[in-house]
Design a protein around this ligand. Structure first.
Ligand SMILES: Cc1cc2nc3c(=O)[nH]c(=O)nc-3n(C[C@H](O)[C@H](O)[C@H](O)COP(=O)(O)OP(=O)(O)OC[C@H]3O[C@@H](n4cnc5c(N)ncnc54)[C@H](O)[C@@H]3O)c2cc1C
Length: 394
């Protein structure tokens, strides 16, 4: 069992998603007490896949959770982009030995519930962390030497500092940054997870395949040691529903993918129920720490998912934050500033580049031809060099 470093007031964490739990664990592993407040009645993640770049494994190694994360994950052999109208290969990035030799870490895909589960079990195993559900953080006050929060049931809690890990629609951000609602991208993601036996053999692939079409793309890959199959279909639409779990409309989906390859349409037809995500992000900012309050994960830098990095960035944030706090435990505001300083350009770059990749995936006409020209025939080394800014980091 970890031992407390002697400071009696805990760090308060608003939100028990991926970012909140990994922050709690990273801080506890440095000896700090933590209370996590999650508004939902349980600590739980949605059923969908998530890709994990090599950069996240470097962060996980620093908090001792890499092996746990790989246990249920699937390690694909390659990332491949195909043209959704012609099935032609646009580009392939091999993920085998040369990739691991280049980045010293693997590329894996996992279930959201599995990444969340690894963090949840790690937190449950620490005597320094208290996990409290059905507790919504409604407000906070920074007293200079401590922070207090007000919960939805009127209760108050006092802590040494507050970390807002309350996601895209963060309450904590409202007071720290105050930049209004997130930007609606006009892109919608429909997602579904199938059982392996429900996927016809000729459509199953061990790899991450991305079908790039005009104003659409479709991604699929196996999950949970190959027992499940993850599908994500993204298209342009002006619908807006706040939150991450609304039911999708099949007709709209098929209208957007009309005319695409049979491999795409046959897989789309396998799905009974689609869940819908309206994709939003924000402009990058750098002032997300104020005194004893800071933000982390989507609350700090919400991004479109086109680089598959939101959860990876939240994990990197958490490791960085805990290391900065441990370096100056008696000056938490300075530690929070140092954390922000180390993170904002990296996360801002991912926010901006994710938009660019979205345009790239959805290109049509001349833009699609230029995409082909730019990517086709690249060597593995050239692809790795192109991703080094992201995958070599943290
Ligand atoms: C379609 C799609 C695909 C994606 N694919 C990838 C991928 O492949 N790889 C990757 O790394 N990332 C991916 N992401 C991004 C990733 O899912 C997010 O970046 C990540 O989940 C953010 O975690 P978080 O903890 O910061 O926020 P959230 O997951 O939003 O968690 C916030 C938590 O806070 C709680 N909460 C909110 N308000 C309050 C409050 N006031 N009080 C208490 N609790 C509160 C919520 O209930 C929730 O549990 C994808 C996202 C989407 C939409």
């Amino acid at each position: 069992m970890a031992k407390s470093n002697g400071q009696d007031l805990p760090f308060l964490v608003a939100g028990g998603g991926i970012g909140g739990l990994v922050s709690a664990y990273a801080l506890a592993s440095k000896g700090f007490l933590v209370r996590v407040f999650e508004q939902a009645p349980e600590f739980k993640e949605l059923g969908a896949g998530i890709q994990l770049g090599p950069n996240v494994f470097r962060a996980l190694e620093r908090i001792g959770l890499k092996a746990d994360m790989l246990e249920e994950a699937w390690v694909p052999g390659k990332l491949q982009m195909r043209d959704a109208l012609t099935a032609e290969e646009v580009t392939t990035v091999p993920l085998g030995e040369p990739f691991r030799a280049r980045f010293k870490q693997p590329y894996a895909v996992t279930h959201r519930a599995d990444i969340h589960g690894v963090y949840l079990r790690a937190c449950q195993g620490s005597n320094l962390i208290s996990l409290e559900n059905s507790r919504r953080v409604d407000d906070f006050v920074d007293h200079g030497d401590s922070v207090s929060i007000r919960l939805d049931n009127g209760e108050e809690a006092r802590g040494r500092a507050l970390i807002g890990c309350d996601g895209m629609w963060s309450k904590v951000r409202e007071k720290v940054v105050g930049d209004g609602k997130p930007r609606v991208s006009g892109h919608i993601a429909y997602r579904a997870v199938l059982r392996r036996e429900d996927v016809p053999d000729d459509l199953w692939s061990p790899d991450v395949i991305l079908w790039a079409g005009p104003k659409t793309h479709f991604v699929h890959y196996p999950l949970r040691r190959g027992t499940l199959y993850n599908l994500v279909a993204v298209f342009h639409s002006d619908r807006y529903v706040e939150g991450w779990n609304a039911e999708g409309a099949k007709d709209e989906l098929f209208a957007r993918f009309a005319g695409q390859r049979p491999e795409v349409l046959r897989l789309l037809e396998r799905i009974e129920t689609w869940r819908m995500w309206v994709l939003c992000d924000r402009e990058p900012v750098k002032d997300w720490s104020q005194g004893r309050v800071t933000l982390l994960g989507d609350a700090a830098h919400p991004m479109l998912q086109y680089l598959a990095q939101g959860a990876c960035m939240a994990t990197e944030d958490a490791v960085c934050l805990a290391e900065k706090v441990a370096a100056t435990p008696d000056d938490v505001p300075a530690a929070f500033k140092a954390y922000q300083q180390q993170r904002y350009l990296r996360t801002g770059r991912v926010q901006i580049m994710a938009r660019v990749y979205g345009e790239f995936y959805h290109a049509r006409g001349v833009a699609a031809e230029l995409r082909y020209m730019a990517l086709h025939g690249r060597t593995a080394e050239q692809s790795y060099d192109g991703m080094a800014w992201l995958y070599d980091g943290m």
